[in-house]
Design a protein around this ligand. Structure first.
Ligand code: ADP
Ligand code: ZN
Ligand code: ZN
Length: 676
């Protein structure tokens, strides 16, 4: 019996390298959560290993907490820490079961079945017995007397706090699969453990139905399932369909849950009471037992990348988790990433289930246009019954300038312009949250002549006719807006990329993308891929019903390949060209990118820190200054590598060495492997 436990203390310090040895208390194993003396204080730590002895003189932990992480999740966290140049403590913190809450219990009374004494019962006692197991708090004393006579058993039971925010759908019978669906399902259920598949199907082709039936097969064989979705608030339909099909065996984990609800959902999965977990990226850490299938729906969605440290990509973690458990991974999308097309075996659903053709897409050249809406778009909107309009820019105007002196209003803490929000009377920074009142006159010259440039969703909302529903990050309850639009007989849904996510309205007969090339203007190798996905995803929302539909794409770049291929619904053409381009330029999936961002409030310190990292690396790009953010100057170094594992190790070591150098103590370091 190993007598020593190796513990990672959950501190945020990058320089600290565990694990540290402690004496092993009774019942403690890998995954146990302890409070241990560490330096001059007590900290929470997780057991990551066991040993027969120690070179040090280990002391005993202070306490053993009752939370315990399954051993395979400890492995996953340690892998994540290395894979994303983070620390075991930071990775473990993300996976830890909900702390600070316990199971909720309530007293439960049941008739014992003893009848001997039953005739000596009063009318009231008889009624009380008949009403069990329900009873009011005021009846407890009376029940205790019946318990004394052996007529009732009273015991505490765990009561489940069922999530209130789970959308409920009507149970629908399992449909007969189309030939394409059946072939995809067969490939999934016969796949070898650890196999990775890509379900590439146009919107409405029945991907979700394939996930449901694959999940049913895994459940029937005694296995468990994880289903990752981009954002629950925007994709309530898929959650509703899983709950409708599988009932209580589905646990939902997402950020809107109360601590108690999260605790209970986690515990139900851990105990094997629930065997399917549906949730956003962090659900990849759900303690599902006997994992047999991991589904990543809308696998192209950028929300799978976590922005905190470790900057993990849930899609990659899902692959790791599936491989570790011998589960099959299925990633699904109408617009899969070139990376996935390159690495996964592809299953195709080329047609919509209802046989309806994809809507025709017209490119509207805006190079000579005067206004935000082209006359053709105006006309189409007037004719449409229900339309979705995508404009990836929130607020009223993107920026203000003085007509007299040219002064532009910028954020005091970031090098970006302030966006005007007219309803709130504010200028806002979309990077740091800075706000100030809309100016009446120029700060620089006092002129009252101020120009507003550009159109955002707020302005568009006010300019469109008819019933307009707006959906963007300013909206508190997206699900409510989506439901209102769904129920309206006519109307226009206007919004940012949120309107192009996984929901499905049967009666939308027009889709419009404004400023489709906005995403192309980002200096990023994924710009083409994003633009293609946005246009294709929006096109998929239109013309699902009997009425058919059409899509208009307004753009200043009518010849951009991403827009042309999207207009032809030609995903294969786009993917082939994009993979070719990436191969030529050595971009992912033909290399790994790692970005190190250094930042500091001290002038010059960020660039100096980036130079210090660069100096410790072989081949790298930079240091290059980035725009100032939240009052901090920033600079980056980018590594483009063929050998991923080696590059991760090298960058990790370089950052650690630079961070430990006293000359760089004014700077903070952040490593992003596979930046988005
Ligand atoms: P996707 O996930 O690819 O967008 P869904 O699975 O949501 O597609 O399917 C679109 C619609 O077609 C849904 O309303 C679904 O219930 C229905 N559907 C899926 N498969 C079938 C089938 N084989 N027969 C009839 N209807 C189906
Ligand atoms: Zn001025
Ligand atoms: Zn700012």
């Amino acid at each position: 019996m190993p007598s020593v436990v190796q513990v990672e203390p959950l501190t945020t310090a990058r320089a600290l390298r565990g694990p540290f040895d402690y004496l092993r208390p009774e019942g403690v194993d890998v995954g146990s959560v302890l409070v241990v003396p560490f330096g001059h204080r007590d900290v929470v730590g997780v057991v990551t290993g066991l040993a027969d002895g120690s070179e040090h003189d280990p002391v005993a932990p202070r306490r053993v907490l009752d939370a315990r992480l399954p051993a395979e999740l400890v492995d996953l966290a340690l892998w994540m820490a290395a894979e994303y140049c983070s620390t075991p403590a930071r990775a473990l913190s993300l996976l830890l079961p909900p702390k600070g809450t316990r199971a909720k219990t309530a007293l439960w009374a049941q008739p014992s079945g003893a009848v001997d004494a039953a005739e000596r019962l009063s009318e009231r006692q008889r009624a009380l017995l008949a009403s069990l197991p329900r009873f009011a708090a005021g009846d407890l004393a009376a029940l205790r007397r019946l318990e004394g006579r052996g007529l009732v058993h009273i015991a505490p039971r765990i009561v489940r706090r069922a999530p209130l925010h789970v959308p409920v759908g009507a149970a629908r019978a399992q449909p007969e699969l189309t030939a394409d669906q059946a072939a995809a399902l067969r490939a999934i259920v016969t796949a070898a453990p650890g196999e990775r598949l890509l379900l590439h199907g146009v919107t409405g082709s029945g991907k979700t139905e394939v996930y449901l039936q694959a999940a049913a097969a895994v459940l029937a064989a005694g296995g468990g399932v994880i289903v990752l979705v981009p954002e629950i608030a925007l994709t309530p339909q898929i959650v509703a369909r899983f709950v409708a099909r599988f009932g209580d065996t589905v646990a939902v984990l997402h950020s809107k849950l109360s601590a108690g609800e999260r605790h209970d959902e986690w515990a139900r999965l851990r105990a094997g009471e629930a065997r399917v977990c549906v949730g956003p990226r962090s659900a990849v850490f759900a303690p599902v037992r006997a994992l047999g299938l991991v589904v990543v729906d809308e696998e192209h969605d950028a929300s799978y990348k976590h922005e905190g440290d470790p900057r993990y990509d849930a899609r990659r973690v899902a692959e790791r988790r599936a491989a570790q458990a011998g589960a099959v991974l299925v990633a699904g999308s109408a617009t899969p990433r070139p990376e996935s097309v390159h690495a996964l075996s592809r299953l195709r659903l080329p047609e919509r289930v209802d046989g309806a053709p994809l809507p025709p897409v017209e490119i509207v050249d805006m190079r000579a246009a005067q206004r935000a809406l082209h006359p053709l778009t105006h006309e189409a909107l007037a004719d449409a019954r229900k339309a979705i309009v995508l404009l990836n820019r929130r607020g009223w105007s993107n920026f203000l300038t003085c007509r007299s002196c040219g002064h532009a209003w910028g954020c005091p803490s970031c090098d970006v312009t302030l966006v005007m929000h007219r309803a709130d009377g504010l200028l806002a920074c979309h990077h740091c949250g800075h706000r100030e009142p809309v100016p009446a006159r120029c700060d620089a010259c006092g002129s009252v002549s101020i120009a507003r440039h550009g159109t955002g969703t707020e302005r568009l909302e006010s300019e469109l006719e008819g019933t307009v529903f707006r959906l963007d990050a300013e909206v508190a309850d997206p699900a409510r807006v989506l439901a209102a639009f769904e129920q309206a007989p006519r109307g226009v849904l206007v919004g940012t990329q949120m309107v192009a996510k996984g929901h499905d309205f049967p009666d939308v007969d027009l889709g419009v993308v404004l400023d489709a090339d906005a995403t192309l203007r980002f200096p990023d190798f994924r710009a083409e891929e994003r633009t293609f996905a946005l246009v294709t995803q929006l096109a998929g929302r239109a013309g699902r019903g009997a009425a058919g539909g059409r899509v208009l794409v307004q753009t200043l770049a009518p010849d951009a390949p991403s827009i042309r291929f999207a207009a032809r619904h030609d995903a294969d053409g786009f993917l082939a060209g994009e993979l070719e381009r990436r191969r030529a330029l050595r971009y992912p999936p033909f290399s790994t990118l790692i970005r190190v961002v250094c930042s500091s409030p001290t002038p010059g310190a960020a660039l100096a820190a980036a130079a210090a990292v660069r100096e410790r690396l072989g081949e790298a790009l930079g240091p290059a200054p980035l725009f100032r953010l939240r009052g901090r100057e920033r600079a980056q170094v980018v590594v483009k590598a063929q050998d991923r594992a080696r590059a991760v190790a090298e960058v990790g070591a370089a950052v650690q060495a630079a961070a430990a150098d006293r000359a760089q103590r004014a700077a903070a370091f952040s490593v992003d492997v596979d930046p988005q």
